[in-house]
Ligand binder design. Structure first.
Ligand code: SF4
Length: 250
């Protein structure tokens, strides 16, 4: 009797060997480019970049509205995972009635919630703002403290909050790393890092002291309006000749 040979039936969903091999060896597939720049900037190049930022915008301002260090602190605490525009919309009315820790306590958590209910995580944030107002009154004479450790000890305030307050309210040379600064630090190669802290320390190391007061705002504004997350506007970028990003479009 003739021997019957059967073709093997592929398992449902299995990728035929030939196709799988071809996919791995795709000769025309674009090679994956590294996401981070590798070549370090020279001190002269860093100086040149920040000179250009300074020339274009000598007095950059943050976009979180506030009227004193306390309202700045509250605005930063409210801005976690929210946009500055969204926070400003809520705080304009809030700061008219509560621009000091005492007035914030007098307003109370429930009414505060009403003012900020358009901001994400508003329940937790309202709790924190009331608790930090109480702590400012009981431990700091109703004033925003001037050291990092003291600011970080306040409910809802972390390292980024302390850096923003120390820089904007007290003129210290701190570098708050938000999503924009993190992206710009990595893409440009100015200060590559896997965490905001790594990028913060890297930027502090390479940026000359003469630029540090405004460096935080220059980098935020650069990330927000030019070095956009999805489609950076490299063609109008002030530092496109210096930027190390392998995917820059100029
Ligand atoms: S050249 Fe492009 S990627 Fe580099 S900093 Fe400018 S906008 Fe960002």
């Amino acid at each position: 009797m003739a021997k019957i040979t059967r073709k093997p039936v592929p398992r449902k969903g299995a990728v035929p060997k030939k196709t799988a091999k071809a996919a791995l060896a795709k000769p025309n597939a674009p090679a994956k480019k590294p996401l981070r720049a590798t070549k370090r900037w020279t001190p002269a190049e860093v100086h040149e970049a920040f000179s250009r930022f300074r020339k274009a915008n000598p007095e950059p301002k943050g976009e979180l509205e506030h009227v004193n260090p306390f309202t700045l602190l509250v605005a930063v605490v409210l801005s976690a995972q929210a946009t500055d525009a969204g926070v400003n919309k809520a705080t304009r009315a809030l700061f008219e009635v509560a621009d000091t820790p005492q007035k914030m306590l007098d307003l109370g958590e429930e009414r505060l919630r009403d003012y900020i209910k358009t901001i994400g995580l508003y329940r937790t944030k309202a709790k924190n703002v009331i608790a930090l107002s109480a702590k400012l009154l009981s431990e700091f004479g109703g004033k925003v403290p001037r050291t990092r450790a003291e600011i970080e000890s306040l409910p809802g305030a972390g390292r980024k909050t302390a850096n923003v307050v120390l820089n904007m309210a007290f003129g210290e040379h701190t570098m708050a790393v938000d999503t924009h600064v993190f992206r710009v630090g990595n893409r440009t190669g100015l200060a590559p890092g896997k965490t905001p802290l790594e990028v913060e320390l890297g930027l502090e190391k390479v940026i000359p002291a003469e630029f540090m007061l405004h460096a935080h705002h220059w980098l935020i504004l650069h990330g927000r309006y030019t070095c956009l997350a999805r489609k950076p506007r490299c063609e109008v970028c002030l530092i496109n000749d210096l930027c190390r990003w392998p995917e820059k479009t100029v």
